[in-house]
Design a protein around this ligand. Sequence first.
Ligand SMILES: Cc1cc2nc3c(=O)[nH]c(=O)nc-3n(C[C@H](O)[C@H](O)[C@H](O)COP(=O)(O)OP(=O)(O)OC[C@H]3O[C@@H](n4cnc5c(N)ncnc54)[C@H](O)[C@@H]3O)c2cc1C
Length: 404
Amino acid sequence: MDLDFESLKEHNNQSDGFNHPDFYAIDSLLSDEHKLVRDSVRNWVKKEISPIIDACCQAAVFPQHIVPQLGKIGCFGPQIPTQYGGGGLDYISYGIAMQELERGDSGIRSTASVQGSLVMHPIHKFGSEEQKMKYLPKLASGEYLGSFGLTEPNHGSDPGSMETSFKDDGDFVILNGAKMWISNSPFCDIAVVWAKDPDGIVKGLIVERGMDGFTTPTTHKKWSLRASATGELVFDNVRVPKKNILPNVKGLKGPLTCLNSARYGISWGAIGAAMDCYHTAVKYAKERIQFGKPIGAFQLQQKKLSEMLTEITKAQLLAWRLGTLMDEGKATPSQISMAKRNNVEIALNIARESRQILGGMGISGDYPIMRHMANLESVITYEGTHDIHLLILGMEITGENAFV
Ligand SMILES: Cc1cc2nc3c(=O)[nH]c(=O)nc-3n(C[C@H](O)[C@H](O)[C@H](O)COP(=O)(O)OP(=O)(O)OC[C@H]3O[C@@H](n4cnc5c(N)ncnc54)[C@H](O)[C@@H]3O)c2cc1C
């Protein structure tokens, strides 16, 4: 379906008065640069996303025109060094950018997370200099859109059992298999694909659109992340040049390193969705009159709002502290799991409670809550399910692996 984005922007340009809650003066922990990143991404979201996002989700349309804009405002690989087109910023800046994007919509944040953490990050960390120079600047600017292929039809939480594999063919390898539930896939120019070599060792390959036998069918009927394009990556005897294999990583460490970076971004992003729901619920509770007074004057609604603010504040502190550990190079995978798991869970709970505060209106696309709630059902499942993050923490605590 075609949407007239310009007329949507013209008609809906007054609706977004968002401001973030800062109950514990967490702003004072941020540098001027962090605040600059936050304000510029927030302003862009208000102008370019808020007026169109409900229509995009209702129609299940990915607003492809925003890809170069996301590059321009520095949301693709803000943590990647400037020599490769990235922002050269710290991890807190990256987190804040993801928070502001997800405040707009989790699907928009997903587009940027995949590009920055799952496509640019592995190329930067594990790629050759030639690969970095060839792909990173184009991904940073949004000239290229990338996707990340790990999940398969038969293997999600257990990627080590993946079936996608390649065999040797001179200067090429022949790639066969399929990935599913892949964000950005229907529009991607390149895909970082994880597949087993003839010895069964997982390697990362950069597959380019246009290579014979490579197709990216769209996944339809989603009730979540409807403004994000999701699809498959299908490889039918695709001849991939050996120079497209990431030379500096082997084994599951490759994809898991990328996931750590993306999961960190989600721990901030989820707070954005939670804050948008909370902001909407507070405003509504003050304005909606029942039994002769605002519903915010009733204790039951005050309890809900007080608990939301408490959880948002705890999540903000968790994400901020994790960001400082990331910047010091000290964050562990289980710390990242704790923050992703907690912050997505509280966001989903806040979306559900906010939805109730709005009563019937909470169901309507005139408010963002139901959209955030539906989106967060994907966010709590991708990048490691809620259960899997619990098992990672359980293993850290007990030393016992409860996965198998
Ligand atoms: C909208 C969307 C976008 C996505 N984008 C991407 C992408 O860009 N790239 C990509 O590679 N993937 C992507 N994914 C896939 C996502 O990462 C997987 O769905 C996720 O890892 C879970 O895998 P699965 O769906 O196969 O579930 P399964 O692994 O089959 O799990 C099903 C259930 O079993 C539980 N379970 C599994 N193992 C255990 C265990 N050992 N102990 C206890 N419980 C267990 C899980 O927690 C879950 O509740 C996306 C998914 C969605 C929905």
